[in-house]
Design a protein around this ligand. Sequence first.
Ligand SMILES: NC(=O)c1ccc[n+]([C@@H]2O[C@H](COP(=O)([O-])OP(=O)(O)OC[C@H]3O[C@@H](n4cnc5c(N)ncnc54)[C@H](O)[C@@H]3O)[C@@H](O)[C@H]2O)c1
Length: 362
Amino acid sequence: MSTVTIGVIGAGLIGRKHLRTIANHPDFNLVGIADTNTDLASSQYPGERIFADYTHMLDQTKPDAVIIASPNQVHAEIGIACARRGINCLIEKPVTDTLEAAAALIQEVSRSGIKTLVGHHRRHHEQVKTVQTLLRDGQMGALVGVSAIWAAHKPAPYFDAAPWRAEPGGGPILINLIHEIDFLRFVAGEIVAISAVASNRQRRLPVEDTAGALLEFAGGAIGTFFLSDSAVSPWTTEQGIGEAVEFPFSGESSYRFIGSHGSLEFPALTSWAQAGRTQDWNQPIQAQRLFAKTVDPYAAQLDHFRDVVRGSVPSLQPVEDGARTLIATLAVTEAAILGKRIDLAERYEALATNAVSSPVHL
Ligand SMILES: NC(=O)c1ccc[n+]([C@@H]2O[C@H](COP(=O)([O-])OP(=O)(O)OC[C@H]3O[C@@H](n4cnc5c(N)ncnc54)[C@H](O)[C@@H]3O)[C@@H](O)[C@H]2O)c1
């Protein structure tokens, strides 16, 4: 089968990771890199075709696909330009910066028929697929609830390097929790309502450093999430799964999925049940370690994108689904600011009918 020609737009932190993954992938042929900072891109990628204007790259190289790894604010504009040219897109998360932009992108994508994949790379972990299968197959009975933590301490240089991280929108809800919300939607079903509190007590910055959220799932399960980027713990997916070399490995589980007939810790995949699937708190309870191999999720994501572009599998996450994750994540901030429970059903519907508006106060 012929290789997939691909361009990368935005050669920053994650763009460079995608470029390394493409270089090691036999089924992709890199045809160009677009970055407004051409001096840096040219020095880092000698021998590649570098473009300051991404539209010139699209028109001159006519790739089968692109990866959009630019800042959030231009995801929609670039995605729409690709759709109008019939170029398939892997769009980094969040799919767009606002819900209006997401709606405009969705409309253009559906008009054009291009294939899209949002870069919530967690979906490509084998451990994640295992949890999804166990929950879907009802092996723990009905899902009653989930208890989850994401807590790590970001060092001072993290904020010095990018001052926007200290401003509203740059905090752990939109940067980190969005991945966890997407994971939960993927394995446990749609989130239909959210309540939350947020605090800046640790750093005293204008953005939250800590939050707690109450999640209601379509199937009736209830979830609690504790989030902080100013607390030391081994409980993040990054540390628990060994996702990237820049984070220490803990192997600890940060999620507990709790069902009517048993429970499951993630990512260690320890499952708990009573002998004979009884439901009696006086009966012995036993643990079993399940196994799923650890893979590079960015390489697995690229394998999947190849299959999507070739038309052999449906996308695990088209832009519409990425927008739902954005809706649920924005609602955590909104619920905390307004101090009220946010029902998401109408927002999902508005997205489908292109009648969205981004929440106020964000
Ligand atoms: N999936 C993940 O694990 C993950 C991790 C980090 C970032 N991200 C997402 O990836 C995107 C990029 O984040 P980053 O941390 O790499 O940012 P970054 O600032 O390191 O890189 C962005 C790059 O885009 C370039 N750029 C800006 N405007 C452009 C334009 N109009 N056309 C072409 N290039 C342009 C910049 O010069 C820069 O090189 C964001 O949407 C972010 O949320 C995803």
